[in-house]
Design a protein around this ligand. Structure first.
Ligand SMILES: [Zn+2]
Ligand SMILES: [Zn+2]
Length: 150
């Protein structure tokens, strides 16, 4: 296993033109990990068990090697695609998604990733991505509290 990881690291970030020496991460193009939380309670459903198993296999067709800067950038892009998709379903929460809605969203993310991989961009700060998410959560909670008061 260590040998396999070594050879993967030699390949480097797959993003076009990237010369970053930042550390690498295996990125699931469909952001499959976002379904691991909301659906945990459905672990007994064979379809879900298969989904988790496949995620853990890190198959070549599912993952791509990215440096931390480009990994943060694609997730920054994903965040807005996911937000738009939830909105298009009337503000649906991920745990309320059906399988077909989840697959539709994963396909969108994968397609976006494939196009993005072929373009040259600078990447995004992982710290800033975390901050963006904290700010967004705060804003959402504030809105929720305001709605509750009514
Ligand atoms: Zn990722
Ligand atoms: Zn990179």
């Amino acid at each position: 296993m260590a040998r396999l990881l070594d050879s993967l690291a030699e390949v480097g970030c797959r993003k076009l033109g990237c010369k970053s020496s930042a550390s690498l991460a295996r990125h699931h193009k469909g952001h499959q990990a976002m379904w691991l939380g909301p659906w945990t309670r459905q672990l007994d459903i064979p379809r879900y068990a298969n989904f988790v198993r496949r995620y853990q296999e890190f198959r070549d067709e599912d993952v791509v090697m990215l440096c931390t800067l480009h990994h943060a950038e694609i997730h920054h892009i994903y965040d807005s695609i996911i937000a738009k998709h939830k909105e298009s379903l009337g503000g649906r929460r991920l745990y309320r998604y059906t399988w077909s809605q989840a697959h539709e969203l994963m396909k969108l993310l994968e397609a976006e990733c494939d196009v993005w991989l072929g373009t040259v961009t600078l990447g995004y700060s992982p710290t800033k991505l975390d901050l963006d998410r904290v700010t967004k959560k705060r804003r959402e909670n504030k809105l929720k509290r305001r709605l509750k008061k009514r």
